[in-house]
Design a protein around this ligand. Sequence first.
Ligand code: 6R9
Length: 645
Amino acid sequence: MSEQTATEGKTYAPDPELSKTANVRPEMKEQDLREFWDEQAKARLDWFEDYDEVLDWQLPYAKWFVGGKLNACYNCVDRHVEGGKGDKVALHVVPDDGPDSSEARDITYSELQREVVKLANGLKELGVGKGVPVGIYMQMIPEAVVAMLACARLGAPHTVVFGGFSGKAVAERCNDLECKVLITQDEAMRGGKAGAQKTNADEGLDAGPTTVEKVVVVKRSGADIPMSDRDVYLHDLVANVSDDPESCPCEPMDSEDLLFLLYTSGSTGKPKGVVHTTAGYLLGVATTHNLVFDVKDDSVYWCAADVGWITGHSYITYGPLANGVTQVLFEGVPGYPDQEVWWRIIEKYGVSILYTSPTAIRAHMKAGEKHAEAHDLSSIKILGSVGEPINPEAWEWYREHIGGGKAPIMDTWWQTETGHILITPLPGITTLKPGMAQQPFPGVRPEIRDDEGNQVPAETTGNLVLTEPWPGMMRGLYNDDQRFRENYWSKYSDAYFAGDGAKYDADGDIMLMGRIDDVVNVSGHRLSTFEIESALVEHADVAEAAVAAKKDPDTGQAIVAFVSLIADKQGTEELEQALREQVAQSIGKLARPASVIFAHDLPKTRSGKIMRRLLKNIAEGEELGDTSTLVDASVVEEMQKQVNG
Ligand code: 6R9
């Protein structure tokens, strides 16, 4: 954890015009949290049946809006159409080759409704209905959003697996939730290349017994891919079904019915199935989306995250659509077909709110501001950042070159587990400090504590906790109450432990300091060292492996793998490549180690524990400090030589 301070005391006061018109009101921060969320729930969601109680809190399990009935798809789609907004654009669909492509198209709320109804009717024919889980393994195409909404309409829980993950990861997750159907696409179009998608899924599903009985395939590239009896193309599935909303009414769901599981990396063991339920989650994402980004009727919003991550769930699908916003959905990557594609998108659609990650901002910074300067970005009003701490230099660049030197940046801290934004500046209220998430959202109660549970003084790093429940909080880990309690509720008996280090500055603003467990964060994507290590030891030549993260100017963190080999094996460049490939196969490309360090053993204590702190120091090229508890100090020297060249 680095102790550098964020800024040289630079601050940016809110624009008084924005303070006058902002959706968020300063008084909200003073409100009782039940009262605040109750008011929001009545104002923002449509209920089939009212709830009896705002909150039933039995630590560590919360129930929000107890007894209420609603449907997430109804709130995201149908009510907008019924309310006369059917012709409003829901999605500006920008394909991989950019906004000028002949495949660019708009989908209105009415059209979205018809697509969702068709798919939901198709899924019904495959036996999907309330409580029947569905897997989704897709890239950034509108069908991914449609698939999530169709599941929500039917009351079928979904689990979205990031399209860049391996087939093995897909099968593991689908089998864990016992998905009956998997929805995928023929091929992925990213950066001008068609990549395998459906055949990846097949590989994973065919490797062992699976609960998946049917695979629905969206035609994207149109490639001639193998189709078996298990498979059906989406266009065939829906060829003869109705698109009339009345043919497939939105299933009334209990507030606490499962909406989705999203698997995320923990420090040990297999991925954790984070449970999110219907009402609290939907309210949390809708409220934060509206207030943090100051969403107005004519806003054009673009979240450049992927639907496979929680950011895509909360701030592409559920939050923005619940708020009836017009948004951009971009299939591609920054830098293709050219360095200007993002800025052409903003110019063409008049994007007013951009939400992205520090990694993407740094990539643009590296490419140079001339690309942004070639375009009219004056439509931008609010900028957002998420996924990892944003360094002040990137923050300043973002504000200056993308925000026209005036757009406020909302540095939003939250997690898969928290469901929605919890710590963030607020437009028109917060005096901004580059590199800091700063303040709790209304109704959110953070503290920073030392290991004994005392609150730390200013400028001292401690553990970030939340002392009160919030609506979108996870409702446990799927089938693993014990791990849920151990991971999040055992460090302190009375608070949620987030796993992040943080500190207050002299004004009481919060600065996030990074993870304090064995989770690495590459380009804003959470990966567990344990999973990567497990993938490495699957290689026949590897005896033991341990993974650490080092700072990386582009991706935030980069993975360094320390590997000891079985007798007589040599750490060659070929082997390094093979190990990287092994990790790509097992987890996905983004988990590949940036470097592999070979040694005859790993640094261990006498009790046999790998000294991870040392590995981190070695990876960073730092001083090692006390090594007296090591069994064999020569291992460390051998490793340092390789790192320092
Ligand atoms: C939304 C998301 C969560 C972890 C979290 C923290 C890091 C996210 C951050 C941030 C500093 C921010 N993180 N946003 N750190 N400032 N604004 O990213 O969820 O993938 O579960 O990752 O990401 O370490 O604990 P998830």
